[in-house]
Design a protein around this ligand. Structure first.
Ligand SMILES: O=C[C@H](O)[C@H](O)COP(=O)(O)O
Ligand SMILES: C=C(OP(=O)(O)O)C(=O)O
Length: 460
Protein backbone atom coordinates (compact mmCIF):
# COMPACT_ATOMS: atom_id res chain seq x y z
CA UNK A 1 0.00 0.00 0.00
CA UNK A 2 2.67 2.49 1.05
CA UNK A 3 4.89 1.72 -1.94
CA UNK A 4 1.88 1.98 -4.22
CA UNK A 5 0.97 5.33 -2.67
CA UNK A 6 4.54 6.56 -3.06
CA UNK A 7 4.57 5.47 -6.70
CA UNK A 8 1.26 7.25 -7.21
CA UNK A 9 2.81 10.36 -5.63
CA UNK A 10 5.42 10.23 -8.39
CA UNK A 11 8.44 10.03 -6.10
CA UNK A 12 10.36 7.84 -8.56
CA UNK A 13 10.12 10.18 -11.53
CA UNK A 14 13.62 11.45 -10.69
CA UNK A 15 15.07 8.11 -11.83
CA UNK A 16 14.84 9.16 -15.47
CA UNK A 17 16.79 12.39 -14.86
CA UNK A 18 20.49 13.08 -14.55
CA UNK A 19 21.61 12.92 -10.91
CA UNK A 20 24.90 14.74 -10.37
CA UNK A 21 27.29 14.17 -7.48
CA UNK A 22 26.23 10.55 -6.80
CA UNK A 23 28.87 7.97 -5.79
CA UNK A 24 29.71 5.01 -7.99
CA UNK A 25 28.56 2.18 -5.71
CA UNK A 26 30.60 -0.88 -6.72
CA UNK A 27 28.23 -3.38 -5.06
CA UNK A 28 24.74 -2.67 -6.35
CA UNK A 29 23.24 -5.72 -4.58
CA UNK A 30 24.49 -4.33 -1.25
CA UNK A 31 23.04 -0.93 -2.17
CA UNK A 32 19.69 -2.55 -2.82
CA UNK A 33 19.77 -4.39 0.50
CA UNK A 34 20.52 -1.13 2.33
CA UNK A 35 17.84 0.91 0.59
CA UNK A 36 15.26 -1.88 1.00
CA UNK A 37 15.98 -1.87 4.71
CA UNK A 38 15.67 1.93 4.87
CA UNK A 39 12.22 1.79 3.33
CA UNK A 40 11.12 -0.27 6.37
CA UNK A 41 12.60 1.78 9.22
CA UNK A 42 10.60 4.34 11.24
CA UNK A 43 10.74 7.92 9.95
CA UNK A 44 13.28 10.23 11.57
CA UNK A 45 10.94 13.20 11.59
CA UNK A 46 7.21 13.63 11.21
CA UNK A 47 5.23 15.42 8.57
CA UNK A 48 3.43 17.54 11.18
CA UNK A 49 6.78 18.87 12.41
CA UNK A 50 7.81 19.76 8.87
CA UNK A 51 4.49 21.59 8.46
CA UNK A 52 5.17 23.59 11.61
CA UNK A 53 8.54 24.60 10.24
CA UNK A 54 6.91 25.64 6.95
CA UNK A 55 4.63 28.00 8.86
CA UNK A 56 7.62 29.50 10.68
CA UNK A 57 9.54 29.96 7.45
CA UNK A 58 6.49 31.70 6.03
CA UNK A 59 6.65 34.11 8.96
CA UNK A 60 10.33 34.72 8.14
CA UNK A 61 9.43 35.50 4.52
CA UNK A 62 7.28 38.35 5.85
CA UNK A 63 9.89 39.62 8.31
CA UNK A 64 7.96 38.29 11.31
CA UNK A 65 10.74 35.86 12.27
CA UNK A 66 14.42 35.39 11.48
CA UNK A 67 15.96 32.04 10.53
CA UNK A 68 19.19 30.74 12.00
CA UNK A 69 20.44 27.61 10.22
CA UNK A 70 23.81 26.29 11.36
CA UNK A 71 25.96 23.27 11.91
CA UNK A 72 28.85 21.30 10.54
CA UNK A 73 29.95 21.35 6.96
CA UNK A 74 30.01 17.55 7.15
CA UNK A 75 28.88 15.66 10.23
CA UNK A 76 31.12 12.77 11.17
CA UNK A 77 29.75 9.50 12.61
CA UNK A 78 32.54 9.20 15.19
CA UNK A 79 31.88 12.75 16.36
CA UNK A 80 28.22 12.19 17.17
CA UNK A 81 29.01 12.19 20.89
CA UNK A 82 26.87 13.74 23.61
CA UNK A 83 29.50 16.41 24.32
CA UNK A 84 29.91 17.58 20.77
CA UNK A 85 26.20 17.53 20.02
CA UNK A 86 25.48 19.45 23.22
CA UNK A 87 28.13 22.05 22.36
CA UNK A 88 26.65 22.56 18.93
CA UNK A 89 23.11 22.89 20.26
CA UNK A 90 24.36 25.26 22.94
CA UNK A 91 26.04 27.44 20.31
CA UNK A 92 22.91 27.60 18.16
CA UNK A 93 20.76 28.45 21.19
CA UNK A 94 23.19 31.13 22.34
CA UNK A 95 23.20 32.70 18.88
CA UNK A 96 19.42 32.49 18.74
CA UNK A 97 18.98 34.44 21.98
CA UNK A 98 21.27 37.20 20.69
CA UNK A 99 19.45 37.34 17.36
CA UNK A 100 16.01 37.23 18.97
CA UNK A 101 16.91 40.41 20.79
CA UNK A 102 18.35 42.00 17.65
CA UNK A 103 15.37 41.07 15.53
CA UNK A 104 12.77 41.57 18.24
CA UNK A 105 11.05 38.66 16.58
CA UNK A 106 11.20 34.90 17.03
CA UNK A 107 14.22 33.06 15.67
CA UNK A 108 13.54 29.88 13.73
CA UNK A 109 16.29 27.47 14.74
CA UNK A 110 17.48 24.85 12.26
CA UNK A 111 20.54 22.64 12.71
CA UNK A 112 22.65 21.34 9.85
CA UNK A 113 22.43 18.27 12.04
CA UNK A 114 21.23 14.68 12.18
CA UNK A 115 21.80 13.94 8.50
CA UNK A 116 24.42 16.30 7.03
CA UNK A 117 26.57 13.39 5.89
CA UNK A 118 26.79 13.74 2.10
CA UNK A 119 29.08 16.24 0.38
CA UNK A 120 29.18 17.45 -3.22
CA UNK A 121 32.79 17.68 -4.38
CA UNK A 122 34.65 19.56 -7.10
CA UNK A 123 36.44 16.44 -8.28
CA UNK A 124 35.61 12.71 -8.25
CA UNK A 125 39.11 11.78 -7.16
CA UNK A 126 41.85 12.94 -4.84
CA UNK A 127 45.58 12.48 -5.48
CA UNK A 128 48.22 12.43 -2.76
CA UNK A 129 51.88 11.65 -3.41
CA UNK A 130 51.03 10.16 -6.79
CA UNK A 131 48.23 7.93 -5.43
CA UNK A 132 44.73 8.63 -6.79
CA UNK A 133 41.62 7.44 -4.92
CA UNK A 134 37.89 8.28 -4.98
CA UNK A 135 37.26 11.59 -3.25
CA UNK A 136 35.71 11.61 0.25
CA UNK A 137 31.99 12.28 -0.25
CA UNK A 138 30.89 12.33 3.37
CA UNK A 139 30.50 9.61 6.00
CA UNK A 140 27.30 8.34 4.40
CA UNK A 141 29.37 7.23 1.38
CA UNK A 142 32.97 6.52 2.40
CA UNK A 143 35.60 7.31 4.98
CA UNK A 144 37.96 10.28 4.95
CA UNK A 145 40.99 8.02 5.52
CA UNK A 146 43.25 7.81 2.50
CA UNK A 147 43.33 4.07 1.68
CA UNK A 148 41.57 2.25 -1.10
CA UNK A 149 39.44 0.30 1.37
CA UNK A 150 38.32 3.44 3.19
CA UNK A 151 37.46 5.35 0.05
CA UNK A 152 35.34 2.66 -1.65
CA UNK A 153 31.69 3.77 -1.45
CA UNK A 154 30.04 1.40 1.03
CA UNK A 155 26.20 1.21 1.07
CA UNK A 156 26.13 -0.06 4.65
CA UNK A 157 26.99 3.51 5.54
CA UNK A 158 23.46 4.52 4.50
CA UNK A 159 22.16 2.49 7.43
CA UNK A 160 24.83 3.91 9.73
CA UNK A 161 23.76 7.42 8.68
CA UNK A 162 20.17 6.60 9.59
CA UNK A 163 21.11 5.25 13.03
CA UNK A 164 23.50 8.07 13.89
CA UNK A 165 20.89 10.60 12.74
CA UNK A 166 18.33 8.91 14.99
CA UNK A 167 20.59 9.10 18.04
CA UNK A 168 21.53 12.72 17.26
CA UNK A 169 17.86 13.65 16.95
CA UNK A 170 17.15 11.88 20.20
CA UNK A 171 19.69 14.10 21.94
CA UNK A 172 18.41 17.22 20.18
CA UNK A 173 14.90 16.46 21.40
CA UNK A 174 16.15 15.74 24.93
CA UNK A 175 18.30 18.87 25.16
CA UNK A 176 15.70 21.22 23.71
CA UNK A 177 12.74 19.88 25.68
CA UNK A 178 14.38 18.93 28.99
CA UNK A 179 15.25 22.32 30.53
CA UNK A 180 18.75 22.74 28.98
CA UNK A 181 17.36 25.39 26.61
CA UNK A 182 15.78 27.59 29.30
CA UNK A 183 16.11 31.20 28.10
CA UNK A 184 17.60 32.40 31.40
CA UNK A 185 20.24 29.69 31.36
CA UNK A 186 21.24 30.40 27.75
CA UNK A 187 21.41 34.11 28.52
CA UNK A 188 23.75 33.42 31.47
CA UNK A 189 26.14 31.66 29.06
CA UNK A 190 26.09 34.70 26.79
CA UNK A 191 26.84 37.02 29.69
CA UNK A 192 29.91 34.91 30.41
CA UNK A 193 31.07 35.32 26.83
CA UNK A 194 30.61 39.10 26.77
CA UNK A 195 32.28 39.54 30.16
CA UNK A 196 35.52 38.09 28.75
CA UNK A 197 37.76 41.16 28.16
CA UNK A 198 38.42 39.99 24.60
CA UNK A 199 34.73 40.35 23.80
CA UNK A 200 34.01 43.37 26.01
CA UNK A 201 32.65 45.31 23.02
CA UNK A 202 29.56 43.04 23.16
CA UNK A 203 29.01 43.61 26.87
CA UNK A 204 26.62 46.51 26.36
CA UNK A 205 24.48 44.40 24.06
CA UNK A 206 24.50 41.53 26.58
CA UNK A 207 23.47 43.98 29.30
CA UNK A 208 20.56 45.19 27.19
CA UNK A 209 19.39 41.61 26.75
CA UNK A 210 19.77 41.14 30.49
CA UNK A 211 17.51 44.09 31.15
CA UNK A 212 14.97 42.77 28.68
CA UNK A 213 14.96 39.36 30.39
CA UNK A 214 14.58 40.99 33.80
CA UNK A 215 11.81 43.23 32.50
CA UNK A 216 9.97 40.17 31.24
CA UNK A 217 10.34 38.46 34.58
CA UNK A 218 9.09 41.57 36.42
CA UNK A 219 6.17 41.90 34.06
CA UNK A 220 5.15 38.31 34.83
CA UNK A 221 6.48 36.74 31.60
CA UNK A 222 5.77 33.04 31.37
CA UNK A 223 9.24 31.57 31.70
CA UNK A 224 7.85 28.07 31.80
CA UNK A 225 6.97 28.52 28.14
CA UNK A 226 10.59 29.54 27.48
CA UNK A 227 12.13 26.42 28.97
CA UNK A 228 11.80 24.48 25.76
CA UNK A 229 12.62 25.38 22.18
CA UNK A 230 12.11 23.79 18.81
CA UNK A 231 15.27 22.96 16.88
CA UNK A 232 14.58 21.56 13.43
CA UNK A 233 16.93 19.31 11.46
CA UNK A 234 18.19 19.89 7.94
CA UNK A 235 20.73 18.64 5.44
CA UNK A 236 21.56 18.80 1.76
CA UNK A 237 19.31 16.27 0.01
CA UNK A 238 22.20 15.07 -2.10
CA UNK A 239 22.19 11.30 -1.97
CA UNK A 240 18.96 10.41 -3.69
CA UNK A 241 19.07 6.68 -2.80
CA UNK A 242 18.94 7.70 0.86
CA UNK A 243 16.33 10.44 0.51
CA UNK A 244 13.97 8.31 -1.55
CA UNK A 245 14.26 5.39 0.89
CA UNK A 246 13.22 7.58 3.82
CA UNK A 247 10.24 9.06 2.00
CA UNK A 248 6.90 8.18 3.54
CA UNK A 249 3.25 8.94 2.99
CA UNK A 250 1.77 11.19 5.66
CA UNK A 251 -1.19 9.31 7.10
CA UNK A 252 -3.07 12.57 7.76
CA UNK A 253 -2.91 14.03 4.29
CA UNK A 254 -1.83 11.19 2.00
CA UNK A 255 1.05 13.37 0.80
CA UNK A 256 4.71 12.29 0.43
CA UNK A 257 7.30 13.72 2.86
CA UNK A 258 11.03 13.03 2.95
CA UNK A 259 11.26 11.97 6.59
CA UNK A 260 15.09 12.12 6.77
CA UNK A 261 14.88 15.73 8.04
CA UNK A 262 12.42 18.58 8.46
CA UNK A 263 14.13 20.91 5.98
CA UNK A 264 16.06 19.79 2.90
CA UNK A 265 18.10 21.83 0.52
CA UNK A 266 19.35 21.47 -3.02
CA UNK A 267 22.98 22.50 -3.41
CA UNK A 268 24.54 24.93 -5.85
CA UNK A 269 25.97 22.04 -7.87
CA UNK A 270 22.71 20.09 -8.23
CA UNK A 271 20.07 22.76 -8.82
CA UNK A 272 19.61 22.08 -12.55
CA UNK A 273 15.95 22.55 -13.48
CA UNK A 274 15.88 19.30 -15.44
CA UNK A 275 18.03 17.40 -12.95
CA UNK A 276 17.10 14.56 -10.61
CA UNK A 277 17.38 16.60 -7.41
CA UNK A 278 14.86 19.24 -8.43
CA UNK A 279 12.57 16.53 -9.78
CA UNK A 280 12.69 14.43 -6.60
CA UNK A 281 12.20 17.33 -4.21
CA UNK A 282 9.33 18.70 -6.26
CA UNK A 283 7.40 15.57 -5.19
CA UNK A 284 7.81 15.82 -1.41
CA UNK A 285 6.02 18.28 0.81
CA UNK A 286 8.75 19.33 3.25
CA UNK A 287 9.85 22.93 3.26
CA UNK A 288 12.79 23.18 0.85
CA UNK A 289 15.71 25.43 0.09
CA UNK A 290 17.86 25.96 -2.98
CA UNK A 291 21.36 27.42 -2.84
CA UNK A 292 21.95 30.17 -5.40
CA UNK A 293 25.51 31.07 -6.36
CA UNK A 294 26.78 33.99 -8.44
CA UNK A 295 25.98 32.35 -11.79
CA UNK A 296 22.27 32.08 -10.96
CA UNK A 297 19.91 34.45 -12.75
CA UNK A 298 16.50 35.82 -11.86
CA UNK A 299 15.03 33.59 -14.56
CA UNK A 300 16.66 30.52 -12.96
CA UNK A 301 15.25 31.45 -9.57
CA UNK A 302 11.75 32.08 -10.87
CA UNK A 303 11.80 28.81 -12.85
CA UNK A 304 12.94 26.90 -9.75
CA UNK A 305 10.14 28.48 -7.75
CA UNK A 306 7.59 27.50 -10.38
CA UNK A 307 8.82 23.89 -10.32
CA UNK A 308 9.26 23.50 -6.58
CA UNK A 309 6.40 25.65 -5.37
CA UNK A 310 3.81 25.85 -8.14
CA UNK A 311 1.08 26.88 -5.67
CA UNK A 312 3.27 29.67 -4.30
CA UNK A 313 2.81 28.49 -0.71
CA UNK A 314 4.60 30.76 1.76
CA UNK A 315 7.33 28.87 3.66
CA UNK A 316 7.62 26.06 1.12
CA UNK A 317 10.63 27.57 -0.65
CA UNK A 318 13.70 29.29 0.68
CA UNK A 319 16.52 30.67 -1.46
CA UNK A 320 19.93 30.65 0.17
CA UNK A 321 22.17 33.20 -1.54
CA UNK A 322 25.88 32.25 -1.40
CA UNK A 323 27.40 34.74 -3.76
CA UNK A 324 30.73 35.64 -2.17
CA UNK A 325 31.40 38.95 -0.43
CA UNK A 326 32.94 40.42 -3.57
CA UNK A 327 29.88 39.60 -5.70
CA UNK A 328 26.84 39.81 -3.46
CA UNK A 329 26.19 43.52 -4.06
CA UNK A 330 26.36 43.07 -7.86
CA UNK A 331 24.93 39.61 -8.40
CA UNK A 332 22.10 39.41 -5.87
CA UNK A 333 19.96 42.52 -6.57
CA UNK A 334 18.70 41.46 -10.00
CA UNK A 335 17.75 38.02 -8.68
CA UNK A 336 15.89 39.33 -5.64
CA UNK A 337 14.21 41.96 -7.81
CA UNK A 338 13.19 39.42 -10.46
CA UNK A 339 11.75 37.10 -7.82
CA UNK A 340 9.92 39.95 -6.12
CA UNK A 341 8.49 41.26 -9.39
CA UNK A 342 7.29 37.82 -10.48
CA UNK A 343 5.13 37.63 -7.35
CA UNK A 344 6.91 34.49 -6.13
CA UNK A 345 6.90 34.06 -2.35
CA UNK A 346 10.24 32.93 -0.95
CA UNK A 347 12.23 33.24 2.23
CA UNK A 348 15.68 34.71 1.63
CA UNK A 349 18.68 33.49 3.64
CA UNK A 350 22.32 34.41 3.31
CA UNK A 351 25.01 31.72 3.36
CA UNK A 352 28.16 33.83 3.74
CA UNK A 353 30.42 30.79 3.87
CA UNK A 354 30.41 28.99 0.53
CA UNK A 355 31.33 31.88 -1.75
CA UNK A 356 34.28 32.89 0.40
CA UNK A 357 36.50 29.81 0.60
CA UNK A 358 40.16 29.89 -0.38
CA UNK A 359 43.37 28.00 0.35
CA UNK A 360 45.72 29.81 2.70
CA UNK A 361 49.48 30.06 2.19
CA UNK A 362 49.94 27.24 4.67
CA UNK A 363 47.66 25.04 2.57
CA UNK A 364 44.46 25.03 4.65
CA UNK A 365 41.06 25.51 3.07
CA UNK A 366 39.79 28.50 5.01
CA UNK A 367 37.60 31.62 5.11
CA UNK A 368 38.07 35.04 6.67
CA UNK A 369 35.73 36.12 9.47
CA UNK A 370 35.59 39.70 8.13
CA UNK A 371 34.76 38.54 4.63
CA UNK A 372 31.96 36.36 5.96
CA UNK A 373 30.55 39.33 7.84
CA UNK A 374 30.92 41.51 4.75
CA UNK A 375 28.74 39.15 2.74
CA UNK A 376 26.04 39.26 5.43
CA UNK A 377 26.24 43.07 5.40
CA UNK A 378 25.92 43.07 1.59
CA UNK A 379 22.90 40.78 1.83
CA UNK A 380 21.18 43.24 4.20
CA UNK A 381 22.07 46.18 1.96
CA UNK A 382 20.56 44.49 -1.09
CA UNK A 383 17.29 43.73 0.69
CA UNK A 384 17.11 47.18 2.20
CA UNK A 385 17.57 48.83 -1.19
CA UNK A 386 14.83 46.67 -2.70
CA UNK A 387 12.41 46.78 0.24
CA UNK A 388 12.51 42.99 0.50
CA UNK A 389 13.06 40.85 3.58
CA UNK A 390 16.45 39.52 4.74
CA UNK A 391 14.99 36.39 6.30
CA UNK A 392 17.91 34.61 7.90
CA UNK A 393 21.42 33.31 8.18
CA UNK A 394 22.88 29.94 7.13
CA UNK A 395 26.34 29.20 8.56
CA UNK A 396 28.80 26.38 9.00
CA UNK A 397 29.73 26.26 12.66
CA UNK A 398 30.75 23.99 15.48
CA UNK A 399 30.44 24.30 19.23
CA UNK A 400 34.09 23.38 19.66
CA UNK A 401 37.18 25.48 19.89
CA UNK A 402 38.56 24.65 16.43
CA UNK A 403 40.79 26.92 14.34
CA UNK A 404 39.47 26.76 10.80
CA UNK A 405 38.31 30.31 9.97
CA UNK A 406 40.81 33.20 10.01
CA UNK A 407 40.23 36.25 12.19
CA UNK A 408 37.55 37.17 14.67
CA UNK A 409 38.49 38.74 17.97
CA UNK A 410 40.68 35.70 18.67
CA UNK A 411 42.67 36.80 15.60
CA UNK A 412 43.31 33.31 14.28
CA UNK A 413 46.05 33.67 11.68
CA UNK A 414 47.44 31.37 9.02
CA UNK A 415 49.88 29.81 11.46
CA UNK A 416 47.13 29.37 14.02
CA UNK A 417 45.00 27.29 11.64
CA UNK A 418 47.18 24.24 12.32
CA UNK A 419 46.40 24.35 16.05
CA UNK A 420 43.05 22.63 15.76
CA UNK A 421 41.95 22.22 12.15
CA UNK A 422 39.49 19.31 12.23
CA UNK A 423 36.93 19.74 9.48
CA UNK A 424 36.92 17.03 6.84
CA UNK A 425 35.73 19.36 4.06
CA UNK A 426 35.01 23.06 4.67
CA UNK A 427 36.10 25.41 7.50
CA UNK A 428 33.59 26.24 10.26
CA UNK A 429 33.17 29.14 12.67
CA UNK A 430 34.21 27.97 16.12
CA UNK A 431 32.15 28.58 19.25
CA UNK A 432 33.54 32.07 19.96
CA UNK A 433 33.42 33.15 16.33
CA UNK A 434 29.80 31.96 16.09
CA UNK A 435 28.76 34.08 19.06
CA UNK A 436 30.66 37.03 17.73
CA UNK A 437 28.90 36.61 14.40
CA UNK A 438 25.55 36.50 16.19
CA UNK A 439 26.25 39.80 17.99
CA UNK A 440 27.29 41.46 14.74
CA UNK A 441 24.31 40.14 12.78
CA UNK A 442 21.98 41.10 15.65
CA UNK A 443 23.29 44.62 15.28
CA UNK A 444 22.62 44.60 11.53
CA UNK A 445 19.13 43.31 12.18
CA UNK A 446 18.41 45.82 14.90
CA UNK A 447 19.46 48.67 12.56
CA UNK A 448 17.42 47.19 9.72
CA UNK A 449 14.35 46.96 11.96
CA UNK A 450 14.87 50.50 13.23
CA UNK A 451 14.99 51.83 9.65
CA UNK A 452 11.89 49.83 8.79
CA UNK A 453 9.88 51.24 11.68
CA UNK A 454 11.15 54.73 10.84
CA UNK A 455 9.78 54.24 7.31
CA UNK A 456 6.45 53.09 8.73
CA UNK A 457 6.32 56.10 11.10
CA UNK A 458 7.07 58.45 8.22
CA UNK A 459 4.27 56.93 6.19
CA UNK A 460 1.78 57.20 9.07
O1 LIG B 1 30.83 22.14 1.29
C1 LIG B 1 30.84 22.38 0.10
C2 LIG B 1 31.49 21.53 -0.88
O2 LIG B 1 31.28 20.20 -0.60
C3 LIG B 1 32.89 21.83 -0.90
O3 LIG B 1 33.13 23.21 -0.84
C4 LIG B 1 33.52 21.26 -2.12
O4 LIG B 1 34.79 21.15 -1.77
P1 LIG B 1 35.95 20.70 -2.74
O5 LIG B 1 36.13 21.80 -3.71
O6 LIG B 1 37.06 20.54 -1.76
O7 LIG B 1 35.54 19.41 -3.35
C1 LIG C 1 27.94 22.33 -0.39
C2 LIG C 1 27.29 23.28 0.26
O1 LIG C 1 26.96 24.46 -0.24
P1 LIG C 1 26.82 24.93 -1.76
O2 LIG C 1 25.90 23.94 -2.43
O3 LIG C 1 26.22 26.26 -1.60
O4 LIG C 1 28.19 24.94 -2.34
C3 LIG C 1 26.94 23.15 1.68
O5 LIG C 1 26.18 23.99 2.19
O6 LIG C 1 27.43 22.20 2.31
Amino acid sequence: MTEAALAAAGVDSYLSKEARQQPQWPDTAALRRATDRLTQVPPLVFAGEADRLRAQLAAASRGEAFVLQGGDCAEIFAEATADRIRNKIKTILQMAVILTYGASTPVVKIGRMAGQYAKPRSSDTETRDGVTLPVYRGDIVNSSGFTEEERVPNPERLLDAYHVSASTLNLIRAFTQGGFADLRRVHQWNKGFAANPAYAKYEQFAKEIDRAVRFMAAAGGDFDALKTVELFSSHEALLLDYERSLTRIDSRSGLAYDCSAHFLWIGERTRQLDGAHVEFLSKVHNPLAVKLGPTATAADAVALAERLNPDNVAGRLTFVARMGADKVRDALPSIVEGVRDSGVTVTWLTDPMHGNTFTSDSGYKTRKFDTILDEVTGFFEVHEALGTVPGGLHVELTGDDVTEVLGGTERIDDEGLARRYETKVDPRLNHQQSLEMAFLVADLLARHNARKSQDVDELA
